[in-house]
Design a binder for this molecule. Structure first.
Ligand code: SF4
Length: 223
């Protein structure tokens, strides 16, 4: 187009249609949202549904997430696909810690979100007890479409501001860790005083009213 080919309102409309303005952050977040690489990782029955999202029927490649990575260094999404046993929790946390920032977690299924039907001592009753979870996908198991919907939700979230720490993303103010005695730290507690008071209440280390405590008191009366 040569200068003077269009002018006035036509020129303004042409510029509006042809030129896009954004910030570097928004462009970066948009790019990140289209290339979320999940960790190759499965926990239980939900993992079978998770695996199926890469097949031709569901084709998660449409959303840029078909490249499951075998190293936490190359993945930025952890899909908790199944129940989390107490023994596995530290392993999962280690994998999460090895992933580079920014990173996200989807809790897939009732088990990872809340323990599901496994209300017992061996299963973590909700993975958010030891990990920040970005999206919960309900179901037992959730269908692949549900997981993909969760992924789309996550993409929308990433386009927001993923560089905010998880405390900002979850509004978890007041959970910050302070160096002992630092400004802003919770008021100091006199532990020694508390222990002394508790010992006094317990009566020489034994709960008042316990068989041992009564026997000792009775013995003292006879002496
Ligand atoms: S939510 Fe259902 S399908 Fe998923 S791990 Fe638990 S029991 Fe298995």
């Amino acid at each position: 187009m040569l200068r003077g080919d269009i002018e006035g309102a036509d020129f303004e409309r042409y510029v509006e249609d042809a030129v896009g303005l954004t910030t570097l952050d928004r462009a970066l977040n948009w790019a990140r949202s289209q290339t979320v690489f999940p960790m190759t990782f499965g926990l239980a029955c939900c993992a079978i549904e998770m695996m199926s999202i890469v097949n031709a029927r569901y084709d998660v490649a449409r959303f840029g997430s078909e490249a499951f990575r075998a190293s936490p260094r190359q993945a930025d999404l952890l899909i908790l696909s199944g129940r989390v046993s107490i023994k596995m929790a530290p392993v999962i946390r280690r994998i999460y810690d090895q992933m580079l920032e920014p990173k996200w977690v989807i809790a897939m299924g009732a088990c990872s979100s809340s323990g599901g039907v496994f209300s017992n001592y061996a299963v973590v009753q909700g993975a958010d007890k030891f990990l920040p979870i970005d999206v919960h996908v309900p179901g037992c198991p959730p269908r692949p479409e549900a997981l993909m919907y969760g992924l789309i939700k996550l993409q929308r979230k990433i386009k927001g501001n993923p560089d905010d720490g998880w405390r900002v993303r979850y509004g978890a103010h007041g959970t910050e860790e302070y160096p002992y005695g630092a400004a802003g730290a919770p008021p100091d507690v006199d532990l020694q005083k508390l222990i002394a008071e508790r010992k006094k209440q317990l009566g020489n280390g034994r709960p008042p009213g316990s068989i041992l405590s009564q026997a000792t008191t009775a013995g003292a009366r006879h002496a």
